[in-house]
Design a binder for this molecule. Sequence first.
Ligand code: BDR
Ligand code: CA
Length: 308
Amino acid sequence: MKVILDTDPGIDDALAFVLLKAMPEIKLQAITVTHGNTTVEKSTTNALKLVELLGMQDIPVAIGANQPLVKALSVAEETHGDTGLGHAVLPPPTITVVKENAANLIIEIVNANPGEVTILCIGPVTNLALALLKEPSLRKKIKSVVSMAGTIHYPGNATPSSEYNVFCDPESFDILLHSGIDLTIVPLDVTYQCLFTKDHVARLKGVRADIAEFIDRSTAFYMEFHAEYQGIQGCAINDPLAAAILVKPELVTLRDYYLDVELHGDFTTAKISADHFNATGNPPNAKVAMEVDVEAFMDFFIERVKLL
Ligand code: BDR
Ligand code: CA
């Protein structure tokens, strides 16, 4: 399966890198980086560090959008730390990004592989929106998009009603929603059930030592954030769940929905409007993960990471 990873690392993004490395079923074509959890410059440095940690140097890394399409830039250093990787410290990268920017690299790879490429978006979707704006015919050539984004019933983690990736760039998400691309959404409703705890860290015995240490140090910060800001024990590993369903779709139960995103609310900007009873009469434009087998996902994550 050919996949482009679009990401804003980010602690849970970093865990998605680890899982992707442990899923040989996936042939990563590129890693495209966006603003989101931190600035695109820091996210890109983190992506390069992770590529080196995991020995993925054959995969091109492209720097992407440094700001959303319309609104001002947001970063989440209270959630992911000043560097974006919590308490983890990785050596400075010795590799660098490719010449093409993220949107252009997405266009190039999809055009070279029409109908074959899935884009896994685990940050704000600005890079993909820019690619679609530049080359509208791309929507017909992208096989599918899986996006960790939004919330249907669960409270927002960015505002009371919005999820962070959509909050960062709602206009880009609107473009994706109405693109006609085969779209699977992995919202907080399922990811906030997947709480990675110290018990899971303890189960990492036997994992390559530097990777185990990275997971321990980065998630320690993420757990502190969840405890302090949200009263949650453990940390929601949102992005790895979106990666996992590429290979194990049975981990989640999908429901077809017609979705919109609020762009101009007083209190609800970036909230997802999900048409439960088909009040709009519009056909579904997304498959949304509404249930997850938490234990199966945690076991899958740990078992796969042990293979590295
Ligand atoms: C999403 O926002 C970011 O903080 C995480 O990396 C994840 O992609 C969760 O709302
Ligand atoms: Ca992310």
